[in-house]
Design a protein around this ligand. Structure first.
Ligand SMILES: Nc1ncnc2c1ncn2[C@@H]1O[C@H](COP(=O)(O)OP(=O)(O)OP(=O)(O)O)[C@@H](O)[C@H]1O
Length: 247
């Protein structure tokens, strides 16, 4: 369970401060997939980075399973599996070695690591485990990074645009995998800028634009809120993109 309360984050730029996240609050429950949906530059990655303790908020609080991300950062990290926006895998190591290395960092024994790698490779369809990752396709790199993020069997899973650059079949496989994590009772959060993708997968959607939460609800609740049937129109209305277009 992840509770996000009034997060703020600004960056200094030459042209003045950039207010990336401005009072974002939402709950991501266990046994649910929560989608963070917003257009480019909305503040999704910045929000997720604060959730997974890479970046300290200027203001606000986050709790993971009741632990404060700033006071209890180490315990929080043990409970999180993270697919960051930069997938970065070690190119001289094979996929298996990349995943195993993270398993060791989490203090797992070799037998447990081997077991976990087998299970995830089966579910994610990784028939390239023993190849060096140099030259991997984007999908192969993403799968390796996802398996690495989950090697320690975390209760909470945060994925930044996990389907970016994946083909239809790989995306389908990934969707099935995320549903499996949800059905195991985990708390899953992922970000996307594609309404259809979020609607196909998420129990609840947090619509974010200009660093603010614009709406929270199930896909049907968001349809009812806007009076729109078409999912793309729902997103355009909620994110205020129609107003920007008209301006
Ligand atoms: N380190 C940084 N320094 C300066 N500005 C930043 C930094 N990180 C993010 N920003 C700015 O904060 C705003 C939100 O960026 P963020 O990456 O969180 O958006 P996003 O919703 O993830 O977008 P996208 O879908 O394009 O990845 C943008 O205007 C971005 O340029």
């Amino acid at each position: 369970m992840i509770l996000v309360d009034n997060l703020h984050k600004s960056f200094k730029a030459k042209s003045g401060p950039v207010h990336a996240v401005r009072g974002v609050s939402f709950d991501a429950r266990d046994g649910e997939i929560t989608g963070l949906l917003g257009p480019n530059g909305a503040g999704k990655t910045t929000t997720l980075r604060m959730l997974y303790t890479l970046m300290a908020p200027d203001q606000g609080h986050v709790q993971v399973d009741g632990l404060d991300i700033q006071r209890d950062a180490t315990a929080v990290r043990q409970r999180l599996g993270v697919l960051p926006d930069a997938r970065g895998v070690y190119k001289r190591l094979t996929a298996r070695e990349n995943i195993a290395y993270f398993g060791r960092l989490h203090g797992l024994d070799e037998a447990t690591i081997a077991c976990r790698i087998d299970a995830m490779a089966g579910t994610l369809g990784m028939d390239f485990l023993d190849r060096r990752t140099e030259g991997f396709s984007q999908g192969q790199r993403t799968k390796t990074a996802i398996a690495r993020a989950l090697v320690h069997d975390p209760k909470n899973v945060i994925l930044d645009e996990p389907t970016n650059g994946l083909d239809v079949m790989t995306t389908r496989g990934l969707r099935g995998f995320l549903k499996q994590l949800r059905d195991e009772g985990r708390c899953v959060i992922f970000s996307s800028h594609i309404m259809q993708e979020v609607a196909a997968l998420c129990d609840r959607i947090v619509v974010i634009a200009h660093g603010e939460v614009k709406a929270i609800g199930t896909p049907d609740e968001l349809r009812a809120l806007t009076g729109e049937d078409d999912l793309e129109n729902v997103f355009v209305r909620l994110a205020g993109l129609d107003m920007e277009d008209a301006a």
